[in-house]
Write a protein that binds this ligand. Structure first.
Ligand code: NDP
Length: 250
């Protein structure tokens, strides 16, 4: 098979879906991997050039099965976008073991195990990896001890992958999104949080799924052939503002 193949986890909706659409527009076949079977079937049915894989990335055994399935179905894997993620906002003292594990199992452990299992395929293709972190992994904030810690770990995992897999021609980069209106963010962003983001972000708005997809696709593509081990915030300038004092606006 000569057509390049991209696997996007959490591809049923949100940023993952927009990313898969962009891969397809650029001549790739996109494997959409998600645990939400119904949403996945609906999204894939409406997206020519995609194949749905139902899978929970937090299952450490899943990677081996996915690797075997990709070899059988396509024989190659050029790009891996580790995008599936879960969020849970609450104070440190309320973060019980179940909450901590739920966040880490998907956001960090799942990303590690799936990438490890797919590395032989990526070696064959001298492929690329993009891991989706968050601005919450770049700076600490209230009410997200597990989420923020998992995303900071994703950024370091990306650097480890870039260091060790570079000699096989595999590149690994991270994208740190600012707020984007998706199922995940709607569940944790109150109206007050939305207003505060608008006030604090230099571009004064949320990003779109497509704006995230453009940077993810660029990092996966040969146009970024000498970029590896980097984290790029796609956040309307939020991270650059530091503490940020909206009251000092003109
Ligand atoms: P969405 O909720 O729109 O999409 C995420 C998809 O991933 C959902 O279909 C979800 O299923 C699926 N998923 C979650 N856990 C697993 C799992 N264990 N195995 C397989 N699939 C899973 O979220 P976004 O598009 O907003 O998020 C994509 C990424 O971007 C995440 O990593 C998130 O942390 C990150 N991000 C998002 C921001 C935002 O403001 N939207 C900001 C910063 C980072 P289900 O619905 O069942 O959970």
């Amino acid at each position: 098979m000569t057509q390049p193949i991209a696997l996007v986890t959490g591809g049923a909706r949100g940023i993952g879906k927009a990313t898969a659409e962009l891969f397809i527009e650029n001549g790739y076949h996109a494997i959409l991997l998600d645990r939400d079977e119904d949403a996945l079937a609906e999204t894939s049915a409406a997206m020519a050039g995609s194949t749905p894989y139902v899978c929970d990335v937090s299952n450490p055994q899943a990677g081996g099965e996915i690797a075997a399935k990709i070899r059988a179905d396509f024989g190659r894997l050029d790009c891996l976008v580790n995008n599936a993620g879960v969020a849970d906002f609450g104070p440190i003292e309320a973060c019980d073991q179940a909450t901590w594990r739920k966040i880490m199992d998907t956001n960090l452990d799942g990303m590690f195990y799936l990438t490890q299992a797919l590395t032989p395929l990526l070696k064959d293709a001298r492929g690329s990896i993009v891991n989706i972190a968050s601005i919450s992994g770049l700076r600490a904030s209230t009410l997200r001890v597990a989420y923020g810690t998992s995303k900071a770990a994703v950024i370091h995992l990306t650097k480890q992958q870039a260091c060790e897999l570079g000699e096989y021609g595999i590149r690994a980069n991270a994208v740190a999104p600012g707020p984007v209106k998706t199922k995940l963010s709607i569940a944790v962003h109150t109206p007050e949080i939305i207003q505060a983001y608008h006030d604090a972000i230099p571009l004064n708005r949320y990003g779109s799924e497509r704006e995230l997809a453009e940077v993810i696709f660029f990092l996966c593509s040969p146009k970024a052939s000498y970029v590896t081990g980097q984290v790029i915030a796609v956040d309307g300038g939020f991270e650059a503002t530091g503490v940020g004092l909206p009251a000092l606006r003109v």
